[in-house]
Design a protein around this ligand. Structure first.
Ligand code: 4AD
Ligand code: MG
Length: 463
């Protein structure tokens, strides 16, 4: 007999009524009385459980003693209409076999209602909870929606390197990659001799696939990357990971406004996708963690995002009368509290901020005509702050090399990047979406450590 997944069974229950089937999964709970035992079974295909009814005439206590929370079982029986509330069909079991026991004395998820902090310490088991299985299913759905969005538009997925010799963001917080013996580092004139290292030069884990993505856009027109990204910043916040996934589209012939339009359409598309395809998981998360989750997702898909310049935003913040921890002035980088004030208090909608001072943005952004600001855009979201960062790129070789000199980037390090401005240069733009920030938004979870299976944060890489 072949196994049927619980999702298939429950979404097409009429089809299976009266037939004998087999299910496999993990026991969520077992309860009952003298006459009957009820097993709630989950197999991960859906948040919903399937009820298995064991008549105590057929099943002695002994036969069901190892059917405890967390155990893995196989059950065979007839699908019948359910007497109880909460499910349309259930199984009248004829056989129950324990595939893998879970000792009730030591199984960490024996009881319900563990804190998210505790669950982080058992990251190897937390996918067995309703919360994490919901998050993980939605993570898959979002990744799929992202590929679908770009594929349907004719963008090409390109794979950019994870080990690189360049520093795309110039932020200087990178993980070094080396095979040198750290107890005996070769040196010349007091400095590390990287010519003896694996790649013959200093290398690091990538902070962004953008620079290589731009090379792709200058040949294929419209591309995107979707890969792991690493930042060694020591930021212990609910919004930062040391290893996160980033989606970076890059488009030839797009100017800043086209870039903004794409970012807005993209975010609305993937959020709509979550509403249309993940409603069971969303209802659970809405009920458990965030009663406004579903209505917030609906609202974001329905209204245009607000668009304004950094300069206008600074004016609003300065005249708001609100007391911020960090003072705002033209030229300072906006803190998360400022971004969230604009989105959550002032506009109550997602905001796209543009034209930031060049000093607080990366070297590759296109200079505005005034020479002070750049064609940058950050998309700010309720509860999150910055979800997307992007810009139109500087496509003029002289201006770009001048910017490199200003910020201390050696041309010899990114000569290959500069050559795209030498040969067949074109206006182009792109942006980066932090996948886990999107996951925070669509799941309503409050901590970025809870939307990735195995979070990497300072002093934490156990699993
Ligand atoms: O704004 P960022 O640093 O931009 C870039 O890396 C550009 N190269 C993107 C581009 O134009 N192609 O990062 C982009 C996004 C942020 O808006 C945020 O959502 C996410 O990546 N992000 C992080 N997410 C989790 N943990 C971190 N430490 C993050 N740093 C950035
Ligand atoms: Mg940014």
């Amino acid at each position: 007999m072949s196994r049927i997944k619980i999702k298939t069974l429950l979404s097409d229950s009429a089809l299976y009524l009266d037939s004998t089937i087999e299910v496999k999964g993990w026991v969520r709970s077992k309860r009952g009385n003298k006459h009957v035992a009820f097993i709630a079974l989950n197999d991960g295909s859906t948040i919903l459980t399937f009820q298995i009814v064991c008549d105590t005439q057929t099943f002695s206590e002994e036969m069901l003693k190892d059917v405890t929370t967390g155990a893995c079982i196989k059950a065979i029986g007839k699908v019948v209409a359910s007497q109880g509330a909460g499910q349309s069909v259930e199984m009248q079991a004829t056989s129950v076999e324990v595939i893998g026991k879970a000792d009730p004395e030591t199984y960490p998820l024996q009881k319900k209602g563990h804190s998210l902090e505790f669950l982080r310490e058992i990251a190897h088991l937390r996918p067995r909870t309703n919360t994490f299985s919901a998050v993980l299913r939605m993570r898959h759905a979002m990744a799929f929606a992202i590929h679908k969005f770009f594929n349907d538009k004719g963008f090409f997925y390109i794979h950019t390197p994870i080990v690189t010799g360049s520093d795309a963001e110039g932020a200087g917080a990178m993980f070094q990659v080396t095979t040198l013996d750290l107890n005996n580092v070769p040196k010349v004139e007091g400095k590390v001799d990287y010519t003896q290292d694996f790649f013959g030069k200093a290398t690091n884990l990538t902070v962004s696939g953008q620079l290589e993505g731009e090379l792709g856009a200058m040949a294929l027109g419209e591309i995107y990357t979707f890969g792991p990204t690493f930042r060694a910043e020591n930021s212990n916040t609910t919004r930062h990971l040391a290893e996160f996934w980033m989606i970076e589209p890059e488009m030839a012939f797009y100017e800043l406004v086209d870039n903004m339009n794409l970012a807005e359409e993209f975010l609305k598309y993937v959020i709509r996708y979550a509403l249309d395809h993940c409603i069971d998981d969303l209802k659970f998360l809405n009920e458990m963690y965030d009663k406004e989750l579903i209505s917030r997702l609906e609202s974001v898909t329905q209204h245009p995002f607000v668009r304004l310049t950094y300069t206008e935003a600074v004016e609003i913040l300065k005249s708001s009368g609100h007391k911020f921890e960090y003072k705002v002035d033209w030229g300072t980088d906006l803190q998360s509290e400022h971004e969230r004030y604009l989105v959550e208090k002032h506009f109550k909608k997602p905001v796209i901020l543009t034209h930031y001072p060049k000093e607080i943005k990366a070297f590759y952004m296109k200079l505005d005509e005034d020479g002070k600001t750049v064609k940058a855009m950050d998309v700010l979201f309720p509860g999150i702050g910055e979800i997307i960062g992007g810009s139109q790129r500087e496509d003029n070789l002289e201006k770009l090399t001048a910017r490199c000199a200003e910020v201390g980037i050696h041309e010899s390090d990114i000569w290959w990047y500069l050559e795209t401005r030498k040969f067949g240069s074109a206006p182009h733009s792109g942006f980066g979406l932090g996948f886990e920030r999107l996951m925070l938004f669509v799941t309503g979870m409050g901590n970025i450590r809870d939307v990735i299976p195995f979070p990497r944060t300072p002093k934490n890489a156990e699993f």
